[in-house]
Write a protein that binds this ligand. Structure first.
Ligand SMILES: [Zn+2]
Length: 140
């Protein structure tokens, strides 16, 4: 097993890999919602500690500048995700802040994906964990 780590190669170039890189940035928010069409208890107003993952995929790395060796700086992803969480998700009722009748985890994931894309983030997938055991991923 090699003992070299990224950034310690003696070759002055990036590895010429044929695969791709997927960055995953996590975000969290507390929010209420209700599902008006649901036949069970999810029809009632209730809250969750939601967990989200934003994925950005790239096949090449920046070769120079402050993002050298990166697909994208994680801080740039956070800079786009944070205002979305503060303005639409955290401590809101999602039925009021999102343009959907029934904010299921599927609807939240799709909305986050489209919102981040329209904000300029080259997102490749969004995962929303409504509970520890109920998770939805939206990708194009
Ligand atoms: Zn729920």
């Amino acid at each position: 097993m090699s003992t070299t780590r990224p950034g310690t190669w003696d070759r002055p170039r990036l590895p010429s890999c044929v695969g791709s890189y997927t960055l995953r940035k996590r975000f969290t928010f507390e929010a209420a919602h209700f599902l008006p069409h649901h036949e069970g208890k999810c029809k009632r107003l209730h809250g969750h500690s939601w967990l989200g993952w934003v994925e950005v995929t790239g096949e090449s790395l920046h070769s120079e500048g402050p993002q050298a060796g990166m697909v994208m700086d994680y801080a740039r992803i956070a800079d786009i995700v944070k205002p979305m969480v503060e303005d639409y998700l955290d401590h809101y009722c999602l039925n009021e802040t999102l343009p959907v009748i029934s904010p299921t985890s599927e609807a939240v994931a799709a909305w986050v994906f489209e919102h981040l894309r329209s904000s300029g983030l080259p997102v490749s997938a969004v995962t929303i964990e409504e509970t520890c055991t109920s998770v939805c991923t939206y990708r194009d």
